[in-house]
Design a protein. Structure first.
Length: 309
């Protein structure tokens, strides 16, 4: 009898302890959830200043820009907030569109159609004269991996045009459509000195801030699995090594890495990418300008970072 009562008592104590532990776990979980809500509400409030910051910097050129900001919870991949100035205004993106081209090439690699080590003979019309040097003279052989590295990190136009041939303009544009980036299109190749392809009289490559936010959302989160995890990390690594850091992240502290791609001509300037804030927030920042002024981009980048911190 004593042994039975003793066992019952021990069992009841165990049940009470387990229930109490579950209650504590629930309370801790609820507290963390409440903390996340408060934190996200604070970020939402900060997002509301985005338009004011952009308008203050671009001044009378507001009709010549497309800017975007998107904050994503890194744990859940849920969007906390997104703000735009001329979200759907189509502008010429210059070399910033090369990120989309890289995504299409990596998709083909993921699908086994091509390989990083495939050797490609350079045959572009702008070889020898568009900043390629001996490395990209006609007839030289480069691997797809080398072409990707040079297209993104040093923005080599010959490498880009070779990859456009491999990817196919229609296929690049289909990828953009699949991402929901309906206003971002590759119509022509990249040239330093040729205004447009001879067979294209009017169309130029286009992009919008809204579309770029969609593209960098997929790159930073991988939530829709457009790329394998290996390819996604490969692309992020390339974006971290871009040699131009004089625009949106020009005044970022050295400990904040901006994963991005720039673009410019004599009368266009752009930058788009993402960075991590406090390890738990993904910040996507996009600036497309129908004028060339890196200072405007850097001012906006600095103010956004300072306000979000």
């Amino acid at each position: 009898m004593v042994n039975r009562l003793f066992l019952v008592t021990i069992l009841n104590v165990f049940i009470l302890q387990n229930s109490f532990a579950q209650y504590i776990d629930f309370q801790n979980s609820r507290n963390l959830w409440n903390f996340d809500i408060i934190k996200n509400e604070q970020y939402i409030a900060k997002c509301d200043t985005f338009e004011k910051i952009v308008l203050s910097a671009v001044k009378t050129n507001v009709d010549k820009v497309s800017y975007g900001l998107c904050l994503i919870d890194r744990k859940t991949n849920n969007i906390i907030c997104e703000k735009y100035v001329n979200a759907d205004k189509k502008l010429y993106p210059a070399s910033s569109i090369k990120t989309l081209i890289a995504m299409k090439i990596l998709q083909k690699i993921d699908n086994g159609i091509i390989n990083f080590d495939d050797k490609i003979k350079i045959n572009q019309s702008n070889a020898n004269e568009d900043g390629g040097g001996a490395r990209y003279s006609r007839g030289k052989v480069r691997t797809i991996n080398e072409l990707l590295i040079d297209m993104i990190t040093i923005s080599n136009n010959i490498a880009t045009n070779q990859l456009i041939d491999i990817a196919g303009k229609d296929e690049i544009n289909k990828l953009a459509q699949s991402l929901g980036a309906y206003n971002t299109k590759v119509y022509r190749k990249m040239y330093a000195n040729v205004p447009i392809d001879t067979h294209i009289k009017k169309e130029r490559n286009t992009a919008t801030a809204y579309d770029y936010v969609l593209i960098y959302t997929e790159i930073s989160t991988g939530k829709n699995n457009f790329l394998s995890e290996k390819s996604r990390k490969y692309l992020i690594d390339l974006l971290s090594k871009v040699d131009k850091n004089d625009r949106l992240n020009a005044k970022f502290p050295s400990y904040i890495k901006f994963y991005h791609k720039t673009g410019s001509t004599s009368n266009r300037s752009s930058d788009a990418g993402f960075f991590y804030l406090n390890n738990d927030i993904i910040v996507i920042l996009v600036g497309l300008q129908n004028f060339c002024n890196y200072g405007t981009l850097s001012i906006i980048g600095q103010k956004i970072l300072n306000y979000l911190k």
